[in-house]
Ligand binder design. Structure first.
Ligand SMILES: NC(=O)c1ccc[n+]([C@@H]2O[C@H](COP(=O)([O-])OP(=O)(O)OC[C@H]3O[C@@H](n4cnc5c(N)ncnc54)[C@H](OP(=O)(O)O)[C@@H]3O)[C@@H](O)[C@H]2O)c1
Length: 342
């Protein structure tokens, strides 16, 4: 198909989907609703599963082999929706096959891998982005606009958490061979939010629970910024930690209600004491599809425009977030725990 983009008629981006799990089921209909995007093939490790998924979501082709997707010259872009520990290898192969790539969060396991992927994307001349949908959510965009306009004065503190018990249902979350643990799966949202508002921290302290097999189950962390700001964050796959976020400044604060990374509203406590304390301004947004449409539309338009990254979540931001995640995990590690016991 074709669509009008940048004022001219262009062929649509032909997307392949790798993985038929929970997130693919939510993202595929949203991707199909985007102008300029066609979902042309879905891959599963099991060809029958791929065929059933294709029939359910009206995708014209399916395959049981990743190689078939990578060798298909008619596929422009690939959405990678597999367990966390598989992202780096699949994204690398996909870039080397000459495809644009959108990888579910977290894009890889550590800053070294993320840097390598973005360097490869630049060498191959292909678009690459982590599917950090939070940064494209209208309430989040408005939060940044209000901060830029000075609505809450100088931003000084970010508080955000994502704690939710993950069912032990045989899926990838509790398997250290496939999972990223609580930090990469959940903590990535509070850390990305803190970076988006306050930049990269100059120092941090973290503590949490690391299983003997290396899987982190929960963590709390404080990030400190050169300008004096702080971010307080937490993640847990064992229990609830209220999934709200707030950003406080010198003349007010704003709240992103649960689930803050996908919220449909923003509360602004600013301007007058009444508005601050008892009657905050509440802005409500309609959710588009399952909530992924704003990101998928932006990525599709970015690829159509010939861009290699997206300014809302570029390589530099993604790599900086992973430097912070790496340092948090380092502080949870056995060496750090032994030091604390002394
Ligand atoms: N943005 C969001 O809102 C959101 C929400 C949930 C998850 N996620 C992210 O999406 C990714 C996938 O999460 P999910 O919950 O969809 O995971 P999942 O259901 O456990 O796995 C996704 C799919 O990956 C495929 N897969 C490929 N290699 C695999 C392997 N070695 N072991 C198991 N499955 C493998 C499987 O599909 P086949 O059997 O068809 O091969 C599986 O169904 C993760 O990175 C997660 O962080 C994002």
């Amino acid at each position: 198909m074709t669509s009008a983009s940048n004022g001219k008629e262009q062929p649509n981006i032909r997307w392949a989907v790798i993985g038929t799990g929970t997130i693919s089921r939510s993202v595929v209909p949203d991707l199909q609703s985007c102008v300029g995007a066609d979902v042309v093939v879905v891959q599963s490790r099991d060809a029958e599963k791929a065929a059933a998924f294709a029939a359910e979501f009206d995708i014209p082709a399916s395959t049981g082999e990743i190689e078939a997707v990578l060798a298909d010259g008619s596929v422009d872009a690939v959405y990678v929706a597999t367990p966390i520990a598989t992202h780096f290898a699949i994204a690398k192969r996909t870039l080397l096959a000459g495809k644009h790539v959108l990888v579910e969060k977290p894009i890889a396991m550590n800053a070294g891998q993320v840097t390598e992927l973005f360097e490869l994307a630049a060498t191959e001349g292909r678009f690459l982005m982590e599917a950090m949908w939070m940064k494209f959510n209208p309430a989040f965009t408005r939060l940044r606009e209000e901060i830029a306009a000075g609505r809450i004065g100088e931003p000084r503190a970010v508080r955000a958490a994502f704690g939710m018990p993950m069912p032990k249902d045989g899926r990838s979350k509790w398997d250290p061979a496939r999972s990223g643990g609580a930090l990469l799966d959940q903590g990535i949202y509070p850390v990305t939010l803190a970076h988006a508002i306050l930049g990269e921290p100059s120092s941090l302290s973290a503590s949490g629970t690391l299983r003997p097999d290396g899987l982190d189950v929960d963590e709390h962390f404080t990030l400190e910024f050169a300008g004096g700001g702080r971010a307080y964050g937490a993640a847990s796959m064992a229990e609830f930690v209220e999934p709200t976020a707030s950003v406080s400044g010198t003349s007010g604060w704003m709240v992103l209600p649960p689930f803050f990374w996908a919220t449909t509203s923003l509360e602004i406590h600013a301007d007058t004491s009444e508005r601050m304390l008892s009657a905050p301004e509440r802005i409500v947004y309609a959710r588009e599809g399952n909530g992924y449409v704003p990101m998928l539309r932006a990525v599709t338009q970015g690829i159509l425009a010939g861009n290699m990254e997206h300014p809302v979540h570029p390589a530099s931001d993604t790599i900086a977030v992973f430097r912070t995640l790496d340092e948090i995990r380092k502080q949870l590690g056995p060496a750090a725990r032994a030091r604390r016991r002394r």
